[in-house]
Design a protein around this ligand. Sequence first.
Ligand code: UDP
Ligand code: MN
Length: 273
Amino acid sequence: ILDSGQNKNISLDDIFISVKTTKHYQYTRLPIILKTWYQLAKQQTWFFTDTENRQHQNQTNGHMVNTNCSASHQRKHLCCKMSVEYDRFLESGKKWFCHFDDDNYVNVPRLVSVLQKYNHQEDWYLGRTSIYEPVKIYKKATNQLMFSFWFATGGAGFCISRSLALKMLPVASGGRFISICEGIRLPDDVSVGFIIEHMLKKNLTLVPEFHSHLEQMKLLAPETFRDQISFSYAKAKDEWNVVNVPGFDTRYDPTRFLSLHCFLFPHFKFCPR
Ligand code: UDP
Ligand code: MN
């Protein structure tokens, strides 16, 4: 019998870490991940892409999944990837499904320690919202509010317990997730929220340690980096929204992820000493 919901027996190997990526980012975003946090979760991380790349397949010991989804930013194709991620998680038999984007840095030990606070045999949807009110769905003819729901921002990462993922099975497995997305005409992460909060009536649990580039990364204080689960970066016009961390030259490390990795794990070979 588990004491107070503390699940110390959860380890990295119980987590299925999925990363959504695409052909267009295979030589920019992917190499940064492969050099940094992926090295701490090689057996547990899977990349969901839309192209074949023998070099990356070798580098990841076959962990690149070609989803055969189109390489485009359209809703249908992004939902196609999420659908494959979810199906692969179900097949894996693991206790937690954690999704990230390829512009996320995942602080692997922290992800494990946070999940230890929750019981995978209960229904958990953990993540961070990026909007200040829930998504509202109105009746077309009368403009009447039908229902509203929250969702976890995909670009910050989110985790779903196996118990909850199994409850999603009838509506989301085997590609049915794509039909849900198309039905409500909302992006993949919003559709996950729709299924969990609206259809299954389970609430999102806010875990503020997940971060997307919808936040200002420079506002995160270095003293707290170790406590954060994920980080991100983005470039808008000429301005980078990046973590403020000491380390490599910005020309060499514009995303700051190499510096962040060395801040957290200074013993890595490529880190200065
Ligand atoms: N992505 C994709 N196909 C595309 C464009 C983007 O799978 O055609 C993935 C990308 O690899 C990333 C996520 O979708 O994991 C979000 O993409 P991006 O950061 O470019 O856009 P954002 O939605 O954050 O502005
Ligand atoms: Mn992004």
